[in-house]
Design a protein around this ligand. Structure first.
Ligand SMILES: Cc1cc2nc3c(=O)[nH]c(=O)nc-3n(C[C@H](O)[C@H](O)[C@H](O)COP(=O)(O)O)c2cc1C
Length: 329
């Protein structure tokens, strides 16, 4: 998820049981022109693996070059974005636009699959317009072009995140292709995941928003452990995440980036609402940490333990591939 799935988020997901995590989408146009406005650069470490790196763009050759770079950096899968509904992306012919441009979409997948030896996968929405079934026509052609798995988020680009994901399309896609299909959209609980797997025949589910500030959702979905986290656990995970994000993005960028996470971690009835407001207004991350530890003093020991168990990877690769500032989807 653009603006969310930083390395700290992906490593946390792995710790809580995710079988596969994916990078934010990285821009191939940025690679070509070197002037893309970016959130940062892709960082990969060995304890994230298996790791999928998602790329987006509209030119087969540029996409192929980016795919080679991410493979060299250690990506276990190259995922191609045919789902982003954000105008800044779609107007360049990338993201969800490619759902209605099958020749180009297949050209991109063929060029990327030719360029790398790791599996190439595709993430799609259902189509551009509401009610579109474009993904069902395109899916089998993408497989023919070299896609080894398809992930479907069955909302239209126009829908953005409104309404519900229509997983009857996921079931149809499963019946049309002989590669694993991953179901994305509104997977929020173990019961929901089981229902989607049972009714669609999908090989796996992908969890997005439910894991934001809530890695415990992964534990519930994977293991059925529905015990809500204690306050000190929430605070320890948040501070661990903050520290890792600072190492990744630098103090200045991390300070702004982290603000949206406070509500995600501290909401859900875990802390009174004004507490989040208070944190958002603090100027430095040091102040935020101090305030958090004052609210849950037992978090300090837990945090120390977590930091010992999950040390910063020493083998991080910082890849010169820019992460787009544009929202994803
Ligand atoms: C903030 C945000 C950023 C996203 N960025 C991407 C992205 O870069 N690439 C992508 O394929 N999907 C992206 N998505 C879509 C998610 O992968 C997922 O398909 C969608 O959110 C539905 O799943 P969910 O209900 O589990 O969140 C993004 C979603 C959100 C909310």
């Amino acid at each position: 998820m653009a603006g969310v799935s930083v390395q700290a988020f992906r490593r946390q997901g792995r710790r809580f049981g995710a079988g596969l995590v994916c990078s934010e989408m990285v821009s191939c146009a940025g690679l070509q022109h070197g002037n893309e406005r970016t959130l940062g650069y892709l960082r990969i470490s060995s304890d994230e693996r298996p790791l999928a790196v998602q790329i987006f763009g509209s030119e087969p050759e540029v996409m192929a070059e980016a795919a080679r770079m991410v493979e060299d950096a250690g990506a276990d899968l190259v995922d191609v974005n045919f789902g982003c509904p954000v105008k800044k992306v779609t107007k360049t012919g990338a993201g969800a636009t490619l759902l209605e441009d099958p020749e180009r979409a297949c050209g991109i997948v063929a060029a990327v699959a030719e360029a790398v030896s790791v599996p190439v996968t595709v993430k799609m929405r259902r189509g551009l317009e509401n009610g579109s079934r474009s993904c069902l026509e395109l899916g089998p052609r993408l497989v023919e072009a070299g896609a080894e798995s398809l992930t479907l988020h069955p909302r239209s680009a126009r829908q953005m995140y409104t309404g519900e994901a229509d997983h009857s399309l996921t079931a149809e896609l499963v019946s049309r292709v002989d590669v694993p299909v991953v179901a994305s959209g509104d997977v929020t609980s173990r019961a929901r995941a089981q229902a989607i797997l049972a009714t669609t025949g999908a090989a796996a589910v992908m969890v997005g928003r439910a894991a934001q500030g809530n890695p415990w959702a992964l534990r519930e979905i994977i293991e059925g452990d529905a015990e809500p986290p204690a306050r000190e656990e929430v605070v320890a995970e948040l501070i661990l995440f903050m520290r890792a994000t600072v190492r990744e993005l630098g103090d200045k960028r991390a300070t702004g980036f982290l603000k949206k996470f406070y509500g995600w971690y501290l909401g859900r009835g875990r802390f009174p609402r004004p507490f989040k407001q208070e944190l958002v207004q603090l100027e430095t991350l040091e102040e935020v940490e101090t305030r958090l530890l004052a609210a849950a003093p037992e978090a300090a020991d837990l945090l120390e333990r977590l930091e010992t168990e999950a040390p910063e990877g020493e083998d991080d690769v910082v890849l010169d591939l820019p992460i787009s500032i544009y929202g994803g989807g």
